[in-house]
Design a protein around this ligand. Structure first.
Ligand SMILES: [Zn+2]
Length: 237
């Protein structure tokens, strides 16, 4: 409605404006992208555990997030938010999943971690957030490396991509010949850049649905700026 009347309406509208401003001012992160390459040198800038050998509090931790991704065509892959079943005691996306197990609303676990990467030994390393299905072979390899070596920070890996589409696999191997210089590259604060928790009553609109969740209706115009999209590398679900 173009006219807001009454204090409740004005306060609600005010909150919408504040939320929108907070969203715009949210720090942004760059993503790790393959750029059509299939081999990359990579250093993790974050450990997975504070007890790991090279944990640095200032760099924080890589995390696994339990999330839902919108199944609305315009929002697919762009809109993803943390499952709130535990934190808020309710989760709209989980409800959708219970109503229709085949609709694609099931929770997904994704590894998020800041990496430095370069496609050749001469290239200046770039910083980006890597995201990958935690249940993928790559997710499991990173976990195994962190457990076996008690660190994943401070060594350079060679990561190779093979296959295509949903059968894409990434392999992880320590490089025997190359050590990347990552000095000065700071990890992202993942929880305040790429992850977000949405209040349960805001979730239908966030995921691109009408408030009642029944009839599908786009209630928010899809914009790239509303949320950065994880790169297309987010396959192998
Ligand atoms: Zn959920």
């Amino acid at each position: 409605m173009a006219i807001k009347k009454g204090l409740a309406s004005l306060q609600g509208y005010n909150k919408e404006l504040l939320d929108a401003a907070a969203e715009r001012n949210r720090p942004k992160a760059d993503w790790f992208k393959w750029d059509n390459k299939t081999e990359v040198y990579m250093n993790f800038l974050q450990e997975l555990d504070p007890d790991s050998d090279n944990y640095d509090e200032a760099q924080g931790l890589g995390v696994v997030a339990i999330e839902h991704f919108s199944v609305q065509e315009d929002f697919r892959k762009k809109r993803h938010a943390l499952c709130t079943a535990e934190s808020q005691g309710a989760c709209w996306a989980c409800d959708q999943h219970r109503n229709d197990r085949k609709a694609g609303w099931g929770p997904k676990s994704s590894l998020y971690i800041t990496v430095a990467y370069a496609f050749s030994e001469d290239e200046k390393p770039k910083r980006g957030v890597l995201t990958r299905n935690f249940n993928s072979s790559f997710g499991q390899d990173v976990l195994a490396e962190a457990v076996d070596e008690n660190t994943i920070v401070g060594r350079t890996y060679k990561v190779r991509k093979s296959g295509a589409g949903t059968t894409t696999a990434w392999s992880l191997k320590p490089s025997k010949t190359f050590q990347m210089d990552t000095s000065g590259l700071e990890a992202y604060d993942l929880e305040n850049t790429v992850l977000r928790e949405i209040a349960v009553d805001q979730q239908p609109a966030f995921y691109g649905y009408a408030q009642d969740g029944g009839e599908i209706g786009v209630s928010v115009a899809p914009t790239e700026s509303t949320q950065e999209k994880p790169p297309a590398a987010n396959d192998e679900w």
